[in-house]
Write a protein that binds this ligand. Structure first.
Ligand code: ZN
Length: 74
């Protein structure tokens, strides 16, 4: 098994790890609602993509109502 001949310094390891940092997300504006959204993805605020509504975004209230409906059915 190949092994490193010498241990390298703390500084060397730390210097390597300086390149590990995260970059902030590159967010664009939604042309439909103007809120920040990731490019090439459906807008999480209005559900539009390429000028068409692709998914229906439910509000918290709507989700709760659906949950209650499911409970009453069973
Ligand atoms: Zn939008």
């Amino acid at each position: 098994m190949p092994n490193p001949k010498r241990r390298h310094s703390k500084a060397r390891g730390r210097l390597r790890r300086t390149f590990y940092k995260l970059e902030p997300l590159q967010l664009g504006k939604c042309p439909q609602c103007g809120k920040a959204k990731m490019s090439h993805r459906i807008c999480p605020h209005c559900g539009y993509y390429k000028g068409k509504q692709v998914v229906v975004i439910k509000t918290v209230d709507e989700k709760q109502k659906e949950r209650e409906k499911k409970r009453t059915k069973t």
